[in-house]
Design a binder for this molecule. Sequence first.
Ligand SMILES: Cc1ncc(COP(=O)(O)O)c(C=O)c1O
Length: 487
Amino acid sequence: MTPATAATANSPLEPPHEIVAAWFHEAVDLALAHVASLPEQPAHGPAPTAADFAALAEPIPEQGRDPRPLLAQLIRDWVPKSFTTAGPGYLAYIPGGGLPTAPLADLVAGLTNRFVGISAAAPLLVALEVQTLRWLLDEFRFPKSAQALFTSGGSTANLIALAAARDKVAGEEGLARATLYLSDQAHHSLHKAAHVVGFRRALLRELPADAHGRLEPAAAARAIAADRAAGLLPTVLIANAGTVHAGSVDPLPALADLAARERLWFHVDGAYGGCFQLCDAGRARLAGIERADSLTIDPHKGLFLPYGTGAVLLRDRADLRRPFAQESAYLPQAAAGGPLEDFTDASPELSRDFRGLRVWLSLKTFGAAAFRAALAEKLALAERACAAVARIDGLELASGCDLSLFAFRVARDGAEGDALSRELLRRVNARQRVYLSGTLLRGRFVLRLCVLSFRTHAERVDEAIAQLREETAALLREPSGGERGGA
Ligand SMILES: Cc1ncc(COP(=O)(O)O)c(C=O)c1O
């Protein structure tokens, strides 16, 4: 053994196999025990104390130690002081859940640590990811010319889509005059993305949605015509396939027609709602989504994966490459026209995790049928919950239920309704069985209930409805509630 290899073998960074295996076994046992207790965990944990933060604020540790007590502390003391986003009672924001096949895949991807940014470095692993993306493209009936890419989430997917739109429709010459159209219900990541890829903030046309939270094609058409008449360059029309506020689906076929007629890029943000395409009921509600030039979906929402997996789907692979393909003398290139692509040519990233494995392993392990059934279940649960909320005395719906998310509020006017709705949200959440969130719709505060976790079933949704009924009745009986309203 040379001195160099002897030193390597003694490196603290290379502990013996049995020690590493023991770490893994204990960490897996701890994490799985945590998962098993999810149904009993409070729907959101207590706020961390100053002492908690102080315990984390330490100098970089010069000497190492056994990681197992550290992970035990993390799971015991720190994880619980958060929203229980993986639990069945999480009906806030956009739930995802976190299928266990994803960390299983991540474990193997991390340990084998192959490089998938360029196909020459791991052709079969890139092929696996490309195949997984093809499954998704096929679900959306995108043509063979299409290409997709796994991203870190919906925000990055939106950014990549807008970069593709910019280069296809406006180009460098047109960018200063390029306008974008979206509703005031669109996700704020689109505003960020437009800015980052160079669109002028003043040329982002945020159009008021209709009473159902949907972008009106006629309003978009008027805005496009006015901008063209003013010498601007209408460039991108953005539609929502499920708004984050109330789950509204814009009229996709009419907006696709408008974009085609006006030669605009048609981007659909389906970060929340897009994956409902996998079930029959969802596909019917998303009709027209297949006409997008670019589409954002979020497997860490609609395919129940842990955070960290979005996807962008582009109708034409050339559009995805235009902003990002950049040769570099030190890297091998994928064979032109070959079956494989270099992910780095379709993305701002070069090095990245093997993120497609978690999607592939989840679909292979459970089968697409399990996802279709779960998504159909979520749609049905939300529809039922929406009807039940509509029947609660003192509440009124503030939206329809296009997908698995709807909004409602205490049926009082103006600021009084806002205050009572905020208080209702506080009280239901304080009971710790479910966690709801709120937002503003047409300037008024509303509660929102979103069913998307694979762990959420009828019992928990029924519990949420029962608590809403009880807390609304109590709130409106109190002098500060009902009687004040009559005053
Ligand atoms: C409609 C919509 N678009 C985009 C995003 C951003 O996605 P991500 O959080 O994965 O970046 C979200 C997140 O909730 C969303 O609901």
